[in-house]
Every structure is written in structure tokens, then in C-alpha cells.
Design a protein around this ligand. Sequence first.
Ligand code: F6R
Length: 243
Amino acid sequence: MRFYRTRDYDDMSRKAANILAAQIISKPRSVLGLATGSSPLGAYRRLVELYRAGDVDFSEAVTVNLDEYVGLGPDDSRSYSYYMFDSLFDHVNIDPANINMLNGLETDEARESARYDRVIERSGGIDMQLLGIGPNGHIGFNEPGTSFEKDTHRVKLTESTIEANKRFFASEDEVPRHAYTMGIRSIMRARKILFIASGEHKAEILHRSLFGPITPQVPASVLQLHSDVTVVGDEAAMSMIPT
Ligand code: F6R
């Protein structure tokens, strides 16, 4: 595991974007596993800047996103699909045919999960998976207690996640109760993991995930078993990580 301690959110975002850009530059047809939420927003902004400066070209890149709320379609501004187009895809030269998102409007769980697992398999596998961490240790929407053996599936979101994500909705009642997510097994198959965290509220869970027992109760702890993880965190998030 490699650790990069960065000054603050902007510095973390710059470092994460540089690592993602390096991946695309060294392998233009990279398959990138992408995340949403607050953590990667700055990195996406920076990638757009790098693209505009002519330093990175997305024309061959393939993306697969981690998760999506059940019940929200791509036109809903609160969906992860909308977030991705708004923060990255609409601003770079990615081929729309190479963008893969879970379909929150699909009601048949088995069909959607199998479709997405096929998408990942046919892409040749994820070269670099970007991950944030939930306050309860979730990665993607794999909530505490989820088996490490799962591929894509539908989950019931925990109270902790609903509470953490209500800031993106008008009220807590509007937060969808279910989501589709890539499973831990799908995430662990990625060749490289880029794990980012920012803020004091992530310090304890980041430490527990990377130095505590490996257990489904702390989903991110599984990353201790992956052979190529790069952690980029700001000082506040990394405050409990030994130097
Ligand atoms: C988002 C995702 C989640 C977030 C996590 C942290 O696609 O999979 O696991 O990475 O909830 O969210 P933020 O970055 O908003 O603190």
C-alpha cells in the first residue's frame, strides 16, 4: 500500500487526478472504475482542466461507475449518472459508447446485476478503481456486513449512509432506500485501486479500515488484501495513519 499525505482537499484532488491521468496516458484504452460523492469532485474538475490543456485524452477510455440509487434515472439531478455527466463526461472527449452506468430504473435486480457484471467482464476488467469511503466504512454501496464474495447487487442503504447522503436531497425522506452497487469481489478484481479520503470525519474509519481487523463489518478493510492500493488523503483524514 502506498500512502500520499496531501495538505488539503485541493491538493488531494490534484494528486488523485494526476494518478488517473497517468493511467490514461500510459494506457489510453484504460478501464476506469469511477466513484461519486464529495471526495472525487475536485479530482474530476482537475481532470477536465488537464483535458482542456491538452494533457490527457479520454477518446479511448472506458468507464464503469460503482453505484446508482434505485429509482433515479439519468435525468434526475440527484442520480449518480447525472453527477458523472455534469462533473466529468460532458466536459471531456470520452466516447458515450464507452460510458457504463448502473440503471437505477431497472426493477429486475437479477437482470441489472448480471448485465453489469457482463459489462465489466467484456471491458477486459477494471485497470484503476477510484474509491471513496463512507463514514461506516462502505466502499461503493457495500454496507457493513456485506459478503466479500458479492458481484453487482442491489442493497438496502443503512441509516448511516442515508444520513450522510441526505445533503444531496431536499430532505432525508427523499433519499432512496436502495441502490445498485458493484460488489466487493468486482472491486477487488480491479488491477489497481486509488483510494481517496478528505476531512477529519474520515480519519477514524480510514485508520480502522487500513490497520484494523479485516472484516465484512468494515467493508473497506478488504483493501488490505489487495496488492496494489494507493491511498491519497489530506492531512485531516490521514491524521491517525502512522507516518
Ligand atoms: C460513491 C460511493 C460511495 C462514496 C462514499 C463517500 O459512488 O461509492 O462509497 O465514495 O459514500 O462519499 P463522500 O465522498 O461524499 O464522502
